[in-house]
Design a protein around this ligand. Sequence first.
Ligand code: NAP
Length: 457
Amino acid sequence: MQTTQIQNPIPLYDIIILGASGFTGKYVVKEALKFLNIPSSPLKTLALAGRSHEKLTKTLQWAAPPPSPDVSIIIADTTDPASLLSLCNQTKLLLNCVGPYRIHGEPVVAACASSGCDYLDITGESEFMEKMGAKYHEKAGETGSLIVSACGFDSIPAEMGVLFNTRQWVSPAVPNHLTAYVSLESDKRIVGNFATYESAVLAVANMDELQELRRSRPRKPTLAIPGPPPPEGPSIEYQEQIGLRAVRLPSADAIVVQRTLVTLMDNPRGLPGIKESPEHTEKREAYWSSVKPAHFGVKIASKSLLGIYRIIGVGIFIGLLSRISFGRWLLLKFPSFFSFGWFRKTGPSEEELRSASFKMWFVGYGFSDSSLASETNSKPDMQIITRVTGPEIGYVTTPISLIQCALIVLSQRKNLPKGGVYTPGIIFGPDLQERLQENRVSFDLVSKTTLRGPTAA
Ligand SMILES: NC(=O)c1ccc[n+]([C@@H]2O[C@H](COP(=O)([O-])OP(=O)(O)OC[C@H]3O[C@@H](n4cnc5c(N)ncnc54)[C@H](OP(=O)(O)O)[C@@H]3O)[C@@H](O)[C@H]2O)c1
């Protein structure tokens, strides 16, 4: 076992996984072990960190049956800044799986930003992400700490899906707006672990703080998107082409994608690496020059109207009850009841995980020629549908996404910016899709259609 206070000038580990004993953390460990010490992998040394040596040892035994691989265990607590600094001094990259992030996340980001250690997490909490950007971007830029949140299901499929769809619009065609329809599928029950539900309840409860933070920050620049903004549309939509009903999903995805597109507007060729190779410069510039901005929103979709009513019901429960303390107590005491069985304190079973999968459809509307966008009363005349599909979202796709982002950091560090707080799309865009495709997440072009008359959205 390593002690918490050793200061190492040269990091001992490529990666430390903090919160490795958690429900998600243990699947992240399992995914990381697939890449530990195999010849083609940059991951040669790994450590698990958390509060309990016993739980971490059990995690390792669960993830890798004996003989256990050479993985160290380190004690650290997010309430003990010295233990976090010690972690940062021992690793190149910290993967943070301790949530809810609005409670536990900031000390970890602060330690990384001040020590220059790179940091990735799997949060979907907008307030946390925006606050970290506001407070630590500059410091992280100075120390050379690359800080990237939302490297799980929030928001990798959305980010990579938007980039994939907008790249299908070959000049002179341009996209105008894109909606992602998330459809969760399973032969068994679809279940999430309690911490994700708790994060959502706390996010809604503290919505005012997010609004206040946004008001205190400089206004975001408006994206230069060809054509008028899309119409509002009905609250419950029937999307004919994919045969699904859908309602708006107030996830962090749209905000994260918007931040990626704003960064791209300021850096049209993407963000240069610290000591980038000429081949990578070429690849990066070619990639980003083919991405186009578009309005973007996310909806959760279901085949049945009953499924939609259940989603709306959960939204109403969380929306109303999370604003008052007794309501929050009720929500957190009885997660299964208030989420109609979607969240459980014990999390999903292995069988439930195996049978679950997701499809995320990206339905994009735009113009076959960018000149049409500036005509009076112009309406999109072209539609491109793409799709991202993958295994269960929270504990299979999330670990896959996080580990692939981590492997890019380890193998491509010189091709990435020196430091700062960024979204995953702008950092991993050029390299991530191919890696995800090799790891069970696929990207498909479904259709390209010319629209006529009143069907144009
Ligand atoms: N983006 C996505 O799609 C996605 C998917 C899955 C999860 N998540 C997010 O990931 C987070 C974790 O979820 P989970 O279900 O894995 O939660 P969990 O099972 O409750 O695990 C939490 C982990 O954090 C550790 N921890 C708690 N307090 C700590 C502290 N003060 N110092 C150090 N470690 C501490 C726990 O350690 P102990 O074992 O010692 O208690 C445990 O290892 C949540 O915020 C969730 O929303 C996101």
